[in-house]
Design a protein around this ligand. Structure first.
Ligand code: ATP
Length: 377
């Protein structure tokens, strides 16, 4: 997407704190396959491993970009992180408290602090309700405002997201795509959340409108101290809003780190391939020839060892097929590898913003050998 019209954030650089706002450890979400019972009798795999052992942390006022191809589990992870789905395994902590098994009133209280924005504003907005009814719903559900106070709050929220008071009584089909996404943002903002999980919030919009929505989200983050998990399949979109980026492949995080490291010094062959496929402007907009061939394998029966090995330009043979690589810190400039306890802290989601971690056997090879095999060359 174009960077021309994107504003620079005025807020101090966001930092991951030692105590993140949200922490996921060993998070899994498996769905039963439609033919689950028959598969079980036939000894076939019975579950879709949509999220399969994810560790991550999101700090206060921080934006974590979550990227990966279609079907790699981003939406499912977002839904588990927001507790719209129950996890199959692992733990989730929010603001220092475990929320993995919350239910009833406790879950309702969590919903006030963690909101979700969806990709397709048309299908996520009730077509039979006016914009004001849609945004008022969370105010009512959480007993935040009623009567004249509610109307005043709605006008404030509409103004905040760049809509006019005259829009209050219109129906979703009377708005453009960008305006509908603004309604979705106002609805999320209504309860004054701490964290918003934004699932492909700009993917359905034109490039110029994408920039407007990203700028709006950055402004709201500065003003209200929001944290975001920003999901996108396109790395170029998360570049403009993320502090840190996590790259997901077939249910796992394969690389994560500060945005500067992911874009400036990508390590995992998958991240490199994703970056390689970002369109460049060379006189005319061209798409690079993709380094990624075919589609990801099925998450019902993922490849043994490294899941990316079947498409990886750096496939090493038995080493990649034999054991599943764990997220490990990338050696620093001095070439030093962090001590084991630090690697352990990283692999359980306790990273600071300075950490850059990847899951790849290829990285275990000497840098000289890697340079000779640079997949970007
Ligand atoms: N409710 C469900 N039941 C069974 N399988 C599911 C369910 N939801 C998702 N899946 C499967 O889980 C895998 C991950 O899907 P998910 O939608 O989370 O990926 P994604 O990265 O968000 O992709 P996209 O960008 O296309 O939405 C896919 O194979 C999908 O078919």
């Amino acid at each position: 997407m174009s960077t021309d019209s994107l504003e620079t954030s005025t807020a101090p650089a966001a930092e991951s704190t030692d105590e993140p706002l949200l922490r996921a450890t060993g998070l899994r979400k498996y769905f039963q396959t439609e033919t689950g019972l028959l598969d079980r009798f036939l000894g076939e795999p019975t579950h879709v491993k949509a999220v399969d052992g994810v560790n991550l942390a999101v700090g206060e006022r921080e934006t974590l970009g979550l990227v990966g191809e279609s079907g790699c589990g981003k939406t499912t992870l977002g839904r588990v992180l927001s507790r719209l789905y129950d996890p199959s395994a692992g733990t989730l902590e929010f603001d220092g408290e475990e929320i993995t098994d919350l239910g009833g009133d406790e879950l309702k209280r969590l919903r006030k602090r963690v909101q979700v924005i969806f990709q397709d504003p048309m299908s996520s907005l009730n077509p039979r309700k006016t914009a004001s009814e849609i945004v008022a719903k969370p105010l009512e559900v959480h007993d935040i405002a009623s009567g004249a106070e509610k109307r005043e709050r709605l006008a404030e929220l509409f103004d905040e997201v760049g809509l006019q008071e005259s829009h209050l009584d219109r129906y979703p089909h009377e708005f453009s795509g960008g305006q509908r996404q603004r309604i979705g943002i106002a609805r999320a903002l209504a309860v004054e959340p701490d964290l918003i999980i934004a699932d492909e919030p700009v993917s359905a919009l034109d490039v110029s409108v994408q920039a407007q929505i990203i700028n709006l989200m950055k402004r709201l983050q500065d003003k209200y101290g929001l944290s975001y998990v920003f999901i996108a399949h396109d790395l170029s979109v998360v570049k403009h809003i993320s502090d840190r980026v996590a790259v997901m492949y077939l249910g796992k995080i394969v690389e994560r780190g500060r945005k500067e490291d992911i874009f400036g010094n990508p390590q995992h062959p998958y991240t490199r391939a994703l970056l390689h496929s970002i369109p460049r402007v060379d006189g005319e907009r061209k798409r690079h020839e993709s380094l990624l061939e075919g589609n990801p394998p099925s998450p019902i029966d993922p490849p043994s060892g490294c899941r990316f090995r079947t498409r990886c330009p750096e496939y090493l043979g038995d080493e990649c097929a034999g054991t599943e690589p764990e997220l490990r810190a990338v050696a620093g400039e001095s070439g030093t590898v962090p001590p084991p306890e630090r690697v352990e802290a990283i692999s359980t989601g306790g990273e600071s913003s300075a950490e850059h971690a990847i899951a790849c056997h290829w990285l275990g090879r000497s840098s000289e050998r890697r340079e000779n095999q640079d997949p970007m060359s």
